[in-house]
Design a protein around this ligand. Structure first.
Ligand code: ZN
Length: 375
């Protein structure tokens, strides 16, 4: 009896272990999307503000409700799928906290922190300068068997090739047209990319980032795919709250498409973690600071244009994160108590999920976010 139990366990427990093995990572960032919208939904004052929301009526019709209800309407994938089967951190109204640890609260320092595990104070501008730090993707590609030629990045912001130091790292980072279109769909996207103007000089529309990335997932099947959506931040800087909200809602749909594909594809099903986070928060009070983000310290340098806000943009260090897949606990919202989670913990969390010794990657990186991991 005992013996057959052990035998059954040897077979069964092994298969359980194998099915929980994480083989692939899809990491997504959504530039400057506030935790307030993710957990409280539509901001009524901004959604009805005549300067910030030309499409006020549409916003109210689609997304109005009490905070929980509004958030669910705005982010159906995050609530119907990730909140039930995965884990989220960052609802500051419910004792769940995440923040950047870099001293600047804007994009390049934030992305550097997420990708290298270290909030490097020397990265103090958004200028396109090759990163002297090593991302976890570069480390995987160069140091861990099975990852060479198996990592890729698609981003809306054209500074990402510098953040990854593509020239040194050789990590393919697509931010414009796709040089080698392998399919008719990719060729069509290239034509549309040339013909549809972006509102911004350094950021393409997220539709291109998303569909090029989806196509890479299908064609090249990378083991680590990074997707950096950007519209939310740019619409916010432009003072268009309605477009910021509509972009956030589209990105939620994009996440649903990604996850549906992942769970339908033989290569990715049940062995892929989808991890979502942001590079910085935004202001809340006074009202107009929702458009901005900057630390007090950054006002003396790169963010001097915001010097009128003497304390910096309060709240722009606040971020959030969400994850789903094998190895991620089905906890929904995770309370963090005294220990606000840092963006410097993302890279090591992903490496730990892949079964690697994250300490070999970097001695400066923050520890994994164990609170979201299956024990
Ligand atoms: Zn920004």
């Amino acid at each position: 009896m005992k013996r057959s139990f052990i035998l059954a366990c040897l077979i069964l427990c092994h298969s359980i272990h194998v099915s929980a093995q994480v083989e692939n990572i899809v990491l997504v960032t959504i530039d400057g999307l506030r935790w307030q919208e993710v957990f409280q939904g539509l901001d009524h004052a901004l959604a009805t503000h005549e300067k910030y929301s030309e499409r006020s009526e549409q916003l109210l019709q689609q997304f109005e409700g009490d905070p929980g209800e509004s958030a669910r309407k705005l982010f159906p994938f995050l609530y119907n799928v990730v909140m039930k089967e995965g884990a989220l951190i960052g609802n500051r109204d419910a004792n769940s906290c995440a923040q950047v640890t870099n001293p600047w609260y804007f994009s390049y320092p934030g992305y550097n922190e997420i990708l290298t595990g270290f909030g490097d104070p020397s990265i103090d501008s958004n200028r396109p300068v090759p990163n002297h730090n090593t991302t976890f993707m570069e480390w995987l590609q160069d140091e861990v068997p099975g990852f060479s030629g198996n990592v890729a990045a698609f981003a809306s912001w054209d500074v990402f090739p510098y953040i990854f130091n593509s020239e040194r790292s050789r990590i393919p980072v697509n931010v414009g047209r796709l040089e080698m279109a392998d399919t008719g769909f990719e060729a069509t996207l290239n034509i549309l990319y040339e013909d549809i103007p972006s509102p911004w000089p350094t950021v393409r529309l997220d539709a291109f980032t998303h569909h090029f990335a989806m196509s890479a997932l299908q064609q090249d099947q990378p083991r680590v795919l990074y997707i950096a959506y950007g519209e939310t931040d740019d619409f916010a800087h432009d003072g268009e709250y309605d477009q910021y909200i509509l972009a956030a809602h589209r990105t939620d749909r994009h996440l649903a498409e990604l996850w549906t594909y992942i769970q339908e594809d033989a290569r990715y099903r049940d062995n892929t973690v989808l991890f979502i986070t942001v590079d910085h928060g935004r202001g809340e009070e006074p009202l107009e600071t929702w458009q901005h983000h900057a630390s007090k310290k950054s006002l003396e340098g790169y963010m001097e244009a915001l010097a009128e806000y003497e304390e910096g943009i309060i709240g722009s260090e606040a971020v959030w994160m969400a994850a789903i897949g094998p190895g991620i606990a089905s906890k929904g919202l995770v309370q963090t108590g005294e220990n606000c989670v840092g963006s410097n913990q993302v890279a090591t969390t992903l490496l730990k999920l892949l079964g690697l010794d994250y300490r070999e990657f970097s001695s400066q990186a923050g520890p994994p976010v164990n609170a979201i991991l299956d024990k």
